[in-house]
Write a protein of this length. Structure first.
Length: 461
């Protein structure tokens, strides 16, 4: 019997919590549970790894769909896996990697559900080669607002499928997905790392060389200034082949068992331990740790999910949490990218997790974030002085350059700024409203950004 709990819920950044009715449900009960939602509506929640307010629904229902390895069915002939919407990428990887398969797109953490991966249309270090998660979904089973289920895909109710990819849970609940996996020979990655003294050197190297690598990501020291502005470490690579492994040392080439090494305790003092001084020290050490050029073989965990080695690392920012800011600006707008980095560096904001990637072509989803260009993601403590005005200044630079923000990370953008970045919003809203005329699905983010028409107030059942 599912139990309803009223709890303060927030995103991974721990800002703006709201009080929600939270319920863990099985697939068999979900339609009946959702039908009981109040006028504040209902929303699916995965593992809460979106940073802002997209996975909370203040005053309304939050539905968590569980999932385990028992909900994973791999067809070894085609590499297509049928997997429950509540199953985590962590559980999925533990089943498929030892059998020679990998997820087509991996975010920086394994603690993401299949539902969350589709709803945010997540991207990885391989967007320039493979696109985003939705590109690899064969079909979805969606619970609709009227309690019925529908199978959608790029060839079947395509409009609803693409509205759901990147649709932040606002078209329905993803109960199950069929996803095409990537064949791998080993569970290791062959990685090349280069160190760059400034932004120009980094952008040139990425522009000229990324196409030769499936994966590419750079870490940027956002505290560095002047001639060192944008100093960085670039890591690129691909899944190692059997021939890349040292036969004596390798053991089982598909061995996979990543572990969390430590966890941050709940009671970190309120200002947190990340401030300008500690981040400057970390950045200096991190930059110096790398030689000018290095080739290595790394495990999947170390290459794709290094942060998962530290449990609850978001507590390092203290009780007030942090804001994650991610945008994309088109190729050719490198001046805007530099402007943003200069403003961040001049502000003294303590950001130690800043990463830059290159996006390739986007997909047909109206709200999918990736589009061709440079994407920068960074963390800033929420208590930073002048943060709101800094972010609004950055928004202006990003939008004037024809860029936009990522809903899965956003907690501060305005409806006008969002509309400017997503010119196909009205098209998405028309499809969404047709599917959900009574406005069942809603989130705090949807209210803040006016994604769902507030003029229609849902009547409680
Ligand atoms: C350390 C870290 C690194 C990250 N790296 C990346 C990265 O490299 N690339 C990237 O793209 N993202 C990245 N993210 C963000 C993360 O991948 C997304 O926010 C993802 O959506 C989180 O999935 P979740 O299961 O936690 O969903 P939640 O955060 O719980 O929910 C996110 C959205 O998905 C919806 N949703 C969840 N489950 C369902 C469902 N079953 N049906 C319908 N809608 C649903 C929710 O309603 C909400 O709108 C990172 C996050 C962290 C914490």
């Amino acid at each position: 019997m599912a139990v309803l709990m009223r709890r303060a819920m927030s995103g991974w950044g721990r800002t703006n919590p709201s009080s929600c009715e939270v319920i863990d449900v099985d697939r068999a009960d979900i339609a009946a549970v959702v039908a009981q939602a109040s006028s504040r509506g209902a929303l699916a929640r995965g593992l809460g790894r979106s940073y802002g307010d997209s996975a909370q629904n203040g005053g309304g229902l939050l539905v968590r769909l569980g999932g385990t390895a028992a909900d994973i069915f791999l067809d070894p002939d085609t590499g297509v896996v049928r997997v429950g919407g509540g199953v985590s990428l962590d559980d999925l990887l533990r089943v498929v990697v030892p059998r020679g398969w990998f997820i087509p797109v991996s975010p920086g953490t394994r603690s993401v559900t299949i539902g969350g991966a589709v709803a945010s249309d997540i991207h990885g270090k391989n967007h320039h080669v493979d696109g985003s998660f939705g590109n690899h979904v064969v079909s979805l089973t969606l619970l609709l607002a009227d309690g019925s289920t529908m199978v959608v895909g790029p060839q079947q109710h395509a409009e609803i499928f693409w509205a759901t990819v990147g649709g932040m849970g606002l078209t329905g609940i993803i109960l199950e997905a069929n996803v095409r996996l990537l064949a791998i020979e080993t569970s290791r990655c062959a990685v090349e790392t280069t160190r760059h003294d400034n932004l120009d050197s980094l952008l040139t190297e990425m522009s000229d060389g990324d196409e030769h690598y499936r994966y590419s990501v750079s870490w940027i020291d956002l505290i560095a200034k002047g001639r060192h502005l944008g100093r960085s470490v670039l890591s690129r690579g691909d899944h190692a082949k059997l021939s890349d492994l040292d036969a004596r040392a390798a053991g089982d080439p598909l061995r996979y068992g990543p572990r969390q090494r430590i966890s941050v305790p709940p009671l970190v003092p309120t200002p947190g331990v990340l401030n300008h001084a500690s981040v400057a020290l970390f950045n200096e050490g991190w930059f110096r740790h790398y030689p000018a050029r290095r080739a290595s073989v790394e495990g999947i965990g170390a290459f794709f999910h290094p942060l998962d080695g530290v449990g609850a690392w978001n507590r390092l920012y203290g009780r007030l949490g942090f804001v994650q800011y991610q945008f994309v600006v088109p190729f050719g707008e490198e001046t805007a990218l530099r402007d943003v980095i200069e403003r961040l560096s001049a502000s003294g904001a303590a950001s130690f997790l800043a990463v830059l990637k290159r996006f390739g072509v986007g997909n047909p989803a109206p709200l999918s974030f990736p589009s061709p260009g440079w994407t920068l993601a960074l963390d800033i403590p929420a208590r930073s002085k002048g943060l709101a005005s800094l972010l609004h200044d950055l928004d202006r630079v990003v939008l004037d350059a024809g860029g936009r923000h990522y809903l899965a990370k956003d907690s501060h953008t305005t409806p006008a700024a969002f509309r400017r970045g997503y010119p196909r919003l009205a098209e998405w809203q028309t499809i969404r409203d047709r599917l959900d005329p009574g406005r069942l699905w809603c989130s705090d983010q949807a209210r803040r950004l006016e994604l769902v028409d507030q003029a229609i107030i849902r009547s409680s059942s």
